[in-house]
Design a binder for this molecule. Structure first.
Ligand SMILES: *Cc1c(COP(=O)(O)O)cnc(C)c1O
Length: 355
């Protein structure tokens, strides 16, 4: 490997969690990756150190003006024990697109992927092997310069932490209940909806709480200008199967360009299923339901891969999709993508990278 990062090993390795009791993002491994940036040196001092608290000045810019971004991907263990990452080059590319939007300096894509590989390699034993489990990888960057003026910071930290995670679905691919948010907006054209930045998620919490209070598991976001067009579901991309065609919102600056979304579209095209990346209204979705043409709704993202939607409520209307069952296309996409990720199926697109 081209990059070389010094490793400081922990003296207190933790006990590995029980693979049957893994949740999402609650347990962290023994080590983390850190690297600093300042204007004169660029990115420097990449290193692997014991996982633990960070020292940060109270005046650090990220704490005040949210100059902070993150990524998410996973390492999977194949039956033969080998470890694979899924399309990490896409996370590197998206990092730089996000960085551009909030004036964080660019980070070399090879350096980004290399840091992930080195850290996962140190923590190999933390990658669980039980079906549906994986090691979640969270790279993130935050502004550390102690300065209270509003301008791009001159110092940053890039960090990577790892968390063994369980199968998203405790009892198989369970369909979710979705609440269509028609009050608050997630993003607008010209805003930050296409960037994976902390502030977007803080702004969405209130809707998520509202949906939970009403008994729904996730929010479906509509466009910020008119609350008319379908955009995303929670922190995943949304797909609607209507009359044999698959509709999903276009990459027009207001939705997050999901790597799972891209993989879904690639597979659908390969299978000859028509995909329409274009604006469509929530009204047209409910109309399709009434005409008996809405056969499946699902969300796509790294955490759950494919998440089928069972029920959907918009204002005072509530519909049940596919009698609350998982649709055939959702199931096929889930099986194919997870099959490629774990090395069970051939990787004809070269999506996986062995660690
Ligand atoms: C991360 C994220 C997604 C999914 O992206 P993947 O690369 O597929 O994990 C979709 N929408 C939002 C808002 C996200 O933050």
């Amino acid at each position: 490997m081209k990059h070389n990062f010094p490793i400081t090993r922990t003296h207190e390795p933790k006990e590995k969690p029980n693979p049957d009791e893994l949740e999402f993002g609650t347990v962290f491994t023994d080590h983390m990756f850190l690297m600093n940036y300042d204007r004169e040196a660029g990115w420097y001092d990449g290193r692997i150190v014991p996982y633990g608290s960070l020292r940060i000045e109270p005046a650090a810019a990220a704490l005040h003006y949210a100059q902070t971004m993150f990524e998410g991907l996973k390492a999977y263990r194949a039956k033969d024990g080998t470890l694979r990452l899924f399309r990490p080059d896409m996370n590197a590319k998206r990092t730089n697109a996000t960085n551009d939007r909030i004036c964080i300096p660019q980070i070399d894509g090879d350096l980004f992927v290399s840091a992930i590989k080195h850290l996962v390699n140190v923590e190999r034993d933390w990658v669980p092997s039980k079906e549906g489990t994986s090691l979640y990888i969270r790279p993130f960057i935050f502004a550390t310069e102690p300065f209270l003026g509003v301008r791009p910071a001159r110092q940053y930290t890039f960090a990577i932490i790892l968390s063994p995670v369980g199968s998203y679905y405790k009892s198989g691919l369970a369909p979710t209940r979705i609440f269509v948010e028609d009050e608050y907006a997630r993003s607008v054209v010209g805003g930050t909806g296409q960037a994976k930045i902390g502030g977007n998620y803080a702004a969405g919490l209130i809707s998520q709480e509202k949906a939970h209070a009403k008994g729904f598991s996730q929010v479906l976001w509509l466009d910020g200008a008119e609350r008319k067009y379908v955009e995303e579901i929670g922190t995943s991309n949304a797909f609607f199967v209507i009359d044999g065609e698959v509709f999903t919102a276009p990459l027009a600056g207001t939705i997050l360009p999901g790597i799972t979304r891209d993989s879904v579209i690639t597979l659908l095209k390969e299978w000859g299923v028509p995909v329409r990346e274009e604006r469509f209204t929530i009204d047209s979705v409910f109309k399709a339901y009434e005409d008996d043409k809405l056969s499946e709704v699902f969300a796509s993202g790294t955490a759950a891969v494919i998440s089928p939607v069972g029920d959907m409520r918009w204002k005072d209307r509530e519909i049940q999709i596919n009698r609350g069952d998982i649709g055939a296309l959702s199931k096929r996409l889930y099986d194919t993508i997870t099959g490629i990720q774990t090395g069970e199926l051939p990787d004809k697109y070269g999506w996986t990278v062995e660690v």
